[in-house]
Design a protein around this ligand. Structure first.
Ligand SMILES: Nc1ncnc2c1ncn2[C@@H]1O[C@H](COP(=O)(O)OP(=O)(O)OP(=O)(O)O)[C@@H](O)[C@H]1O
Ligand SMILES: [Mg+2]
Length: 241
């Protein structure tokens, strides 16, 4: 459903993403790992229209060339992301935050009533229903991350891009989150492309792992193949993040 070819993004003289190629199929959970500064977030930003990649980069989503589209237009087509640093509206309630996802999601002509239904459904699915009327700013980080996921779900995505959604969580919280992500795929048919430093989280749930190093794709394979890959092990030496 997502096809990326020769994706390149430079910042001045720095090649942050260096001619990367890969595909993500329907119903897949794909992990994206790599040392700090490898270009993972830049890759996400280049796919989702936050950054404009270099000429010659190709990004196709469900058969449509999305490389020149803007973020909101890409989200309307069902490609939705969360951010490495949570971006929820602190002054709004949890429910209001999720409503923004429902209203700006894949259905342009959604009614207020339908949007509210989707927001409630998303909160229940993620396990945040009891927190709906709380002010978001007061939530602990784990719940803010759940909220980002609920908001993304309320927009009815086909492919969800998650940027380090497990960082800063306790092992128990990570296990719950991983379970939720698996259920998003199994029960809602949502494909997931997930950047994560926490290996236990990503290795347990991903069908396939892509490794970036210095902007280049270093390896791609099943979690077991990646664990045994000598080049991957070397790339991580001195980077215990
Ligand atoms: N807006 C920017 N302007 C200039 N350089 C940038 C910009 N964004 C990222 N970079 C640089 O591009 C490289 C890749 O950064 P990126 O944030 O994509 O890495 P990452 O793999 O997400 O790292 P981390 O695991 O630490 O989040 C780094 O060298 C970074 O300093
Ligand atoms: Mg990053």
């Amino acid at each position: 459903m997502l096809s990326v070819a020769d994706l390149r993004k430079e910042f001045g003289g720095l090649v942050a993403v260096d001619d990367v190629n890969f595909e993500i199929g329907r119903g897949e959970i794909v992990g994206l790992i790599g040392p700090n500064g490898a270009g993972k977030t830049t890759l996400f930003n280049s796919i989702t229209g936050v950054l404009q990649p270099e000429n010659g980069s190709q990004v196709t989503f469900d058969g449509t060339d999305i490389v020149a589209l803007e973020t909101h237009d890409i989200a309307r087509r069902g490609l939705v992301r969360t951010f490495q640093i949570v971006r929820v509206f602190d002054e709004m309630t949890v429910f209001e935050n999720v409503m923004t996802g429902a209203l700006f999601g894949t259905d342009e002509s959604i009614s207020q009533e339908e949007a509210e239904e989707r927001a409630h459904d998303a909160l229940a699915f993620i396990g945040l229903a009891e927190k709906a009327e709380l002010t978001t700013g007061n939530l602990p980080i784990a719940q803010k991350k759940q909220l980002e996921l609920a908001r993304a779900l309320a927009s009815r995505p086909n492919l969800l891009l998650l940027d380090e959604i497990a960082s800063g969580l306790t092992p128990g919280e990570i296990a719950d989150l991983t379970d939720t992500i698996r259920r998003l795929r199994d029960e809602r048919g949502i494909s997931v492309f997930w950047i994560e430093h926490i290996m236990d989280a990503i290795m347990g749930v991903a069908d396939r792992i892509i490794v970036l190093n210095s902007g280049r794709k270093l390896a791609e394979g099943t979690p077991a193949e990646i664990r045994d890959d000598q080049a991957v092990v070397e790339a991580y030496l001195g980077d215990e993040a």
